[in-house]
Design a protein. Structure first.
Length: 458
């Protein structure tokens, strides 16, 4: 009997070994293909970064190096090495005088970067397909999510099966897939950051173009109007920053404050105001409740300016700079909008200016302040902070002014080296702040004196 039992065991083992070997070989083949796809992802962005560097597009170059490093997930060592080398060159590398790049060159970069993102999307879908074939649903989720974030669409075929860019999703993953997406009233089912965290948008519609997506539960007419307004802003931002994001900007506008607050809670954030730019989910989020049209328009322009800046080169900038930049495009009084024409660059509204002139923050306090903390603890002081940040930036950037070239040098350094930021994360603004103090610290008293003398001229 023992001999019989041993013979049976050996027979069963001999039958199972080929199956186990086949399974292991299939998994090894999938892992090899995954590594190859990720290497190609990294190579695509590294090649664009090197081309952009040779063309003099420094912020675009570093942005692509960041993308190459993060998207390849360690499978392209050269991406990490090149990024480290580029960041180690110092001021001379990033801030040498350059002519403004021709529009055709910027358009060429946009075309290359967008094509790379679309090829990444296909790569991630292919990795997910392979993961499903080797029964690895967690890896499939990971790469499907990355494809969805790059614009992959979810379809429901006539047989009731869900598909993502043509690959069929098994029933056990269908519920998960639906949880990551929303279906707007007039558009396809797409990835939605809040939905992925358990918050489902209700009654939202969408108006979209290649550079911009507006979603709102306001009326269809209002949705289109906001899209027209935001679209009019983009050329001015491209001119100011000499570049444009490679992904569509997303503007999400809530009719009700309660829904706005609930959505922010789902993202793990909050705001004391009616608008927020969330770099992590790559969108601007606004509550329209209680805002007159001009106030809503200001909020939209302000928050989108933040996102546009981040999308061109994700440098982490100190609050005084970031808010001053955004107020230049969406501050109260700094723009006019008649439904068709957007005019920018005007002086802030008189009451905002007067409040700031009467009680300006000491310059060192302004430089160290947090906009969010000020708004939460002393709203009037917070509003003065925004106005003064706008005024200070306008003062430092005066054409032919004493500080214009040095300020441009600092901006170019921060954006060219993408200081303090890593692709897809908020980053730390301290590096940019340290560079500002290195360049301007010994002159802060003089700058403050000249700035206060200049304020009455506004």
């Amino acid at each position: 009997m023992r001999r019989l039992a041993t013979a049976v065991s050996l027979a069963l083992l001999s039958c199972s070994l080929p199956a186990q070997d086949a399974k292991a070989m299939k998994r090894a083949d999938h892992d090899k293909r995954t590594a190859k796809e990720l290497y190609e992802v990294g190579k695509r962005h590294l090649d664009i970064g090197l081309w952009a560097r040779d063309a003099g597009l420094n912020p675009q170059a570093t942005t692509q190096f960041l993308r190459a490093e993060s998207a390849s997930q360690g499978q392209h060592e050269g991406a990490r090495v090149v990024l480290g080398v580029m960041r180690g060159y110092g001021d001379a590398f990033w801030t040498r005088d350059r002519k403004q790049p021709p529009r055709a060159l910027l358009a060429d970069y946009q075309k290359r970067a967008a094509a790379a993102d679309q090829r990444d999307r296909k790569s991630f879908v292919e990795i997910a397909r392979g993961a499903l074939q080797v029964a690895d649903p967690e890896q499939a989720k990971k790469y499907l999510l990355q494809a969805l974030q790059l614009g992959a669409e979810v379809e429901l075929d006539p047989k009731g099966k869900h598909k993502v860019d043509g690959i069929t999703i098994p029933p056990e993953l269908a519920a998960w897939l639906v949880e990551q997406t929303i279906e707007v009233q007039n558009g396809p089912r797409r990835f939605e950051a809040g939905a992925a965290r358990g918050f489902q948008l209700q009654g939202f519609r969408e108006h979209a173009s290649a550079p911009l997506i507006v979603r709102t539960d306001l009326s269809a007419e209002r949705c289109q109007q906001l899209h027209t307004l935001a679209s009019a802003l983009l050329p001015a931002l491209q001119e100011r920053l000499q570049g444009a994001p490679t992904r569509p900007l997303l503007l999400l506008v809530f009719a009700q404050r309660t829904a706005f607050d609930g959505y922010l809670k789902s993202l793990g954030t909050a705001t004391a105001g009616s608008g927020l730019c969330d770099y992590g989910s790559y969108q601007t989020i606004v509550s329209a409740e209680g805002l007159a049209d001009d106030e809503l328009h200001a909020m939209v322009l302000h928050e989108l300016s933040h996102l546009y800046f981040w999308g061109t080169a994700p440098a982490a900038m100190p609050d005084w700079y970031a808010e001053g930049f955004a107020e230049s495009f969406g501050g109260q009084g700094t723009f006019t909008w008649d439904g068709k024409q957007l005019q920018l660059g005007m002086v802030m509204r008189k009451d905002r200016l007067e409040a700031m002139r009467q009680a300006p923050l000491p310059l060192r306090e302004l430089l160290d302040s947090s906009a969010e903390r000020l708004l939460g603890s002393d709203r009037d002081k917070g509003l003065r902070f925004y106005a003064q940040s706008w005024a200070l930036q306008r003062f430092l950037r005066q054409s032919g002014g004493a500080w214009e070239k040095r300020f441009a040098h600092w901006e170019a350094l921060c954006r060219g080296a993408v200081l303090g930021a890593a692709e897809g994360r908020y980053g730390d603004a301290q590096a940019a702040q340290d560079q500002f103090l290195r360049l301007f610290g010994k002159d802060l008293d003089l700058i403050e004196q000249q700035f206060l003398a200049w304020l009455p001229t506004l």
